[in-house]
Design a protein around this ligand. Structure first.
Ligand SMILES: [Zn+2]
Length: 268
């Protein structure tokens, strides 16, 4: 899991020496915290699909940028995924603990002087809690930009889908493609199965009205169609996501986190 950039460049927070972190602080660094989950991903994919995506994206974006430091914090492997329990392999945190974990990591980075933080999430169940963590931190004037990786390519996912209608799914077309690109040795396509999506409303209504997940209702724990997955599709999507993430890092490097006005400063 702890792969390093193809170039061998040093980008992992936990491997850096103190003087290297201090030097990075002089150059408006960006820190990416990959956030994921350990959970069943159907019979054909490993348990760590949702952390491997953002982790590899962060490593590759950090590798691609040389004019300022992009540092990858230790990945948050554990996520909020009670609804995948019931299939062997799933490990989950309670909602409040998960939010606090993200908050404490962000608070620590902030206290170290690293003020351009990205929480890069790769698991659907983490999406609202990760955003909640960033909202909670904002109240303390700590800024951690929370995003879920596939939203960097919503339009392309829809345009490029052969089966899954632009959804990242769960062990379906796109997650399987990404894994076939990143870690084909961990995928066993001979075990792949396709599950029908079960929704409560029509696709039109489901776009804006849906229940939180409780128990995976799909028979095999898969959402989507892994049979249309390919390493080529995974590579195309992955490269686009790394490009978008690198673009965000460049803009974040130039920008300052929000500054609040001193209370009362607008009064005459
Ligand atoms: Zn997943």
């Amino acid at each position: 899991m702890l792969v390093r950039p193809p170039s061998g460049k040093k980008v992992l927070w936990q491997e850096m020496l103190r003087h290297e972190l201090l030097a990075a602080l002089e150059q408006r660094p960006v820190v990416i915290v990959p956030v994921g989950s350990v959970e069943q991903h159907g019979p054909h994919c490993p348990q760590d699909v949702d952390i491997s995506g953002p982790y590899h994206m962060a490593i590759n974006a950090a590798d691609a940028i040389d004019d300022f430091p992009v540092i990858v914090a230790p990945p948050v492997l554990y996520g909020f995924t009670h609804y995948n329990m019931g299939e062997v392999g799933t490990l989950t945190l309670k909602l409040e603990l998960f939010i606090e974990l993200l908050c404490d990591i962000s608070r620590s980075l902030w206290a170290n002087g690293f003020h351009r933080i990205i929480l890069l999430n790769g698991h659907g169940g983490n999406e609202a809690p990760t955003w909640t963590a960033s909202v909670k931190l904002a109240e303390e004037d700590i800024w951690a930009l929370a995003l879920t990786y596939w939203h960097m390519a919503d339009d392309e996912l829809l345009a490029w889908s052969d089966a899954d209608n632009g959804s990242i799914g769960h062990g379906g077309e796109w997650e399987t493609s990404l894994q076939l690109h990143l870690r084909p040795q961990l995928v066993d396509m001979s075990l792949a199965v396709k599950d029908e999506w079960r929704r409560h409303f029509s696709p039109d209504v489901q776009r804006f009205a849906f229940f939180p997940e409780r128990r995976r209702e799909m028979e095999h724990g898969v959402m989507g169609d892994p049979f249309v997955a390919s390493a080529e599709k995974g590579e195309r999507l992955f490269n686009l996501l790394v490009e978008r993430l690198a673009q965000l890092c460049r803009e974040y490097h130039e920008a300052d986190p929000p500054r609040y006005r001193e209370f009362g400063s607008h009064c005459p």
